[in-house]
Design a binder for this molecule. Structure first.
Ligand SMILES: NC(=O)c1ccc[n+]([C@@H]2O[C@H](COP(=O)([O-])OP(=O)(O)OC[C@H]3O[C@@H](n4cnc5c(N)ncnc54)[C@H](O)[C@@H]3O)[C@@H](O)[C@H]2O)c1
Length: 256
């Protein structure tokens, strides 16, 4: 059976638990014919354990996306394993506790800087660390955002961090387009992952989807989001870049 990622070599960050969007993306990518390599932080051993539940075995590379040494050695480690890369998934987000949950007006810059570094600047770091691995025909970079057009309850400094991620993606698309490297984001609705559970009051935010989403939304199902990511990695969006595809049940288009 042929898949939409047949013959593609894809690096996927962000597999932490089975609830991770990245886990389902990796599963779907393998099902669609891709060779997958994972990066993990902070506990590669935990990711290795979770990765055993994927359809095929994968190698896991330690990568703290804010660590320049980790970023510098990534190229060699991936080349050894896959020879190169046709796609990269950025599925990374983090903000310190004092940057979340209603503390917006009192968050110190140090915590804001951490959120920005891990959640936004890292898209550029990861793209540049992987760039030497891309073939002349080009490649696809896909990241995950939570719609930064709006101010959400509880989300606090992750909001500006996602706005920075969305802008970073557009600038990467601008600067890498001439090499046929596409950069796109999936803007997902709420999913009950570790990252989501670390946001105090996240349930309240998720409830909005039960009330307002155009399509029925299931917070415990990361598969629709993973499908969106896989589609953007494939050759079926060949002229799409700098784009944000909403996989949110249509909530972004709802007025009231
Ligand atoms: N869960 C949601 O409701 C939701 C909605 C929209 C977008 N997103 C985004 O999806 C992405 C994946 O999140 P998830 O919901 O699957 O949660 P998750 O907790 O499973 O994944 C977050 C990942 O970020 C990784 N990470 C944190 N700091 C890192 C660092 N310094 N270096 C490398 N990796 C680091 C963690 O190890 C983890 O694997 C994030 O960008 C998140 O903001 C999530």
């Amino acid at each position: 059976m042929s898949g939409i990622l047949d013959g593609k070599r894809i690096l996927i960050t962000g597999v932490l638990m089975e609830s991770s969007i990245a886990f389902h993306t990796a599963r779907l990518a393998q099902e669609q014919g891709a060779e997958v390599i994972l990066t993990a932080w902070p506990r590669p051993s935990l990711t290795e354990r979770i990765a055993k539940k994927l359809p095929k075995p994968v190698k896991v590379i330690e990568l703290d996306v804010t660590n320049d040494e980790h970023l510098a050695r990534l190229e060699g480690l991936v080349r050894e394993e896959l020879g190169g890369l046709d796609g990269v998934v950025h599925s990374i987000g983090f903000a310190p506790q004092d940057a979340l949950g209603g503390n917006f007006l009192n968050t110190p810059f140090e915590s804001v800087a951490t959120a920005m570094h891990v959640s936004a600047f890292s898209l550029k770091s990861l793209a540049m660390a992987c760039k030497p691995l891309f073939p002349a025909e080009g490649a696809a970079i896909v990241g995950l955002t939570f719609d930064a057009q709006f101010a959400w309850p509880q989300y606090d400094w992750m909001g500006p961090a996602k706005a920075a991620l969305e802008a970073t993606s557009r600038y990467l698309a601008r600067d890498l387009g001439k090499e046929n490297i596409r950069c796109n984001l999936v803007s997902a609705g709420p999913i009950g992952s570790m990252a989501a559970k670390s946001i105090p009051g996240f349930g309240e935010l998720a409830d909005t989807w039960n009330q307002r989403s155009m399509l029925a939304w299931d917070m415990s199902d990361p598969e629709p989001t993973g499908r969106g990511v896989v589609a953007l990695l494939s050759d079926w969006f060949p002229k799409t870049t700098g784009e944000i595809v909403h996989v949110d049940g249509g909530l972004h288009a709802m007025g009231a």
